[in-house]
Write a protein that binds this ligand. Structure first.
Ligand SMILES: [Zn+2]
Length: 631
């Protein structure tokens, strides 16, 4: 496996972001929580145009784009104050967050800095009300052992999480600022990872160390992975926001395949003799072709007096629909550029035609006007003259680049492991000192004190889980990799339920339910606690766990008692069970006569099926035996 990747020169690096479980946010005293209700207040800001982050040509266009964009920020009073609104300077750096970050750094053999300086890093998308993200380097140059190889951890930073995007209506973006300012640790590896599997293992190992601090948040979105990928002759691609650890290797595999396919396309175009000069910004107004069109998007644009502009891409016929990697095509690469630079909803191209209500007749006319030859593709866009022009310019630029190389990009990860174009790759992010927050000294005394109370490392933790709770190795590892380690340990001593049963519930059972689409994140610690308490006291049985959890996930804030009642799985009384056993014996009297003692197994099966989850097998066994005279 790895030889395949070393042959193509794969190099990958990771950035792991994990929210810390602190009492307060990083620069104010607000609750570090997300709210689900309607916002208590909102405010509108213009996007702060940033000239700095992108290349010079790009930034001019971006500046124009940003000027038009407005943002509606949503907030409530528990999770946001004047600091998040950028109406008041940030308070001092949260010491609790610094402590967790230093502890995690020491666990990765890193060297903490002498002084923690808060810096501002420009962000261009409105996800910070200030126009920048506050971040500080806490430690440098560590390493962790991945199956005998020491993987270099180049940096650990502490930063503020950004606001979360809620939607977009034209030029109005909606962000919720509850997440803004939640402390986030960022762990950056060197680009020394040489296969998708190794990346996955490294991400898992870092996640384990962070969880071993026992002071990180859990749940979807609390850990996010960014991946940098390059191959020889390819490009350095930054992929943002891989939400599931399991997806890291797949995202890298897909990216490698995407780059290999783009190189193939480059070679095909070279073979065809296509030159950059063949692909020109000759945009032709083809509105009249579509004056009676059935294509909804185009009809709507024309009704608003907008044109349809088209451009010919010489030599690209068939290449736009070519699958680069699962679910990714060259056509979608062009569309991504058009969306970003042209602010359009999307593009049409002849490789996917006829479709979307565009007819053969319209395509014939289009081909005639553009003098399209069979080897050519045509891309067309319906939008304002300005947007359509910008979109097609981006398309032409991307097509020209395809003749030479793979462009460096920032891409965003989709939930299925594919990626899409997000924006050009910024140069080294410019940092400015945050003068409103004083630096913090990490004194020798402070570091010695923390080193003296380092949390257990994952290996130690694993050993303890196996000895103290008698978990097998596999289960111990699963608990370690789950987000329920804390809760598991607190419940393990609290009820009479066996630790293995609890561990299985938090790992295999939850995974299986999740696969079936159950929203297990909705189940609260208190509900888990009550469930195990009721199992421990014999009010219900462990076999009912999947059913109970499924019900709880759908009935927020309900009690487990309510679940048992609603599901009809409260334990049967002795009397009820006796009636059931008698009934089954009576209905099967002939069978019992025929089989004698051998009837026991079948009868047991019938009763357990009828009383599933409501009796203990041991009790049924005893009762049935005595009634059949099997003792
Ligand atoms: Zn606040």
């Amino acid at each position: 496996m790895s030889s395949k990747y070393s042959k193509i020169g794969l190099k990958a690096g990771l950035e792991i972001h994990q929210q810390l479980d602190t009492k307060e946010k990083l620069f104010c005293s607000c609750e570090p929580n997300l709210f689900k209700e309607d916002p208590e207040f909102t405010f509108i800001r213009r996007l702060r145009p940033a000239q700095s982050e992108l290349g010079q040509v790009d930034s001019a266009a971006l500046f124009e784009f940003q000027k038009e964009t407005k943002i509606l920020y949503e907030a409530n009073n528990d999770t946001a104050c004047l600091v998040e609104m950028d109406e008041e300077p940030p308070h001092d750096l949260n010491r609790e967050a610094v402590e967790i970050t230093v502890l995690a750094s020491l666990m990765m053999n890193m060297k903490p800095v002498d002084e923690v300086h808060v810096m501002r890093k420009t962000v261009i998308d409105g996800s910070n009300t200030t126009g920048f993200q506050r971040t500080c380097v806490v430690a440098l140059n560590g390493e962790i052992d991945i199956k005998g190889k020491m993987v270099a951890i180049s940096q650990v930073s502490l930063e503020e999480d950004a606001a979360r995007k809620m939607g977009k209506d034209g030029q109005l973006l909606r962000y919720r600022i509850d997440r803004l300012g939640i402390p986030l640790i960022e762990v950056t590896t060197a680009p020394v990872i040489y296969s998708p599997e190794e990346a996955q293992e490294t991400a898992a190992a870092i996640g384990r160390i962070l969880r071993a601090t026992r002071r990180v948040r859990r749940g979807l979105g609390t850990i996010r992975q960014d991946v940098n990928v390059s191959i020889r002759d390819g490009a350095l691609i930054e992929i943002k926001g891989v939400q599931e650890l399991e997806l890291v290797s797949q995202v890298i595999e897909n990216e490698v395949q995407r780059q290999l396919s783009l190189l193939q396309i480059r070679d095909e175009l070279t073979k065809l003799g296509v030159k950059e000069a063949d692909i020109t910004e000759d945009f032709i107004d083809v509105t009249k072709v579509f004056k009676n069109t059935k294509c909804k998007v185009i009809a709507k644009a024309i009704k608003q007096n907008n044109p349809v502009l088209a451009v010919k891409l010489h030599g690209f016929a068939g290449l736009l629909k070519k699958e680069l990697s699962t679910g990714m095509r060259l056509g979608s690469e062009l569309a991504g550029m058009a969306r970003f630079w042209g602010r359009v909803g999307g593009i049409f191209h002849t490789d996917e035609m006829p479709d979307y209500g565009v007819t053969e007749e319209e395509l014939t006319q289009l081909a005639r006007i553009l003098k399209k030859e069979p080897q050519d593709a045509v891309v067309f866009v319906a939008d304002t003259p300005e947007n359509a022009t910008d979109a097609l310019k981006a398309v032409v630029e991307r097509a020209r680049v395809a003749l030479r190389r793979i462009p460096e990009e920032t891409r965003s990860a989709n939930p299925d492991g594919t990626t899409k174009y997000m924006r050009p790759r910024p140069g080294a992010a410019r940092m400015y000192p945050e003068t409103d927050v004083p630096p913090i000294q990490l004194t020798k005394e402070y570091l010695d004190e923390l080193a003296g109370r380092l949390p257990e490392l994952p290996e130690q933790l694993m050993k303890r889980l196996m000895t103290k709770y008698k978990l097998n190795r596999k289960l111990a590892k699963q608990i370690l990799d789950s987000e329920y380690l804390e809760l598991f340990e607190s419940l393990a001593g609290e009820t009479k339920v066996s630790e293995t049963v609890i561990a299985v519930a938090f790992t295999e059972t939850l995974k299986a339910l999740e696969r079936d689409g159950v929203n297990v994140e909705a189940i609260t610690d208190e509900q888990f606690r009550e469930m195990f308490r009721l199992i421990g006291s014999g009010k219900t049985v462990k076999e009912s766990i999947p059913e109970i959890l499924t019900w709880l996930a759908e009935n927020e804030d309900a009690t487990v008692k309510a679940a048992l009642e609603s599901l009809g799985i409260s334990m049967m009384s002795r009397k009820e069970l006796e009636d059931l056993v008698n009934d089954v014996i009576e209905k099967n009297s002939e069978f019992i006569e025929l089989r004698g003692k051998n009837a026991f197994g079948s009868l047991m099966g019938i009763i357990m099926k009828k009383a599933r989850g409501r009796v203990k097998a041991k009790l049924v066994n005893e009762m049935l035996k005595s009634k059949l005279g099997n003792d």
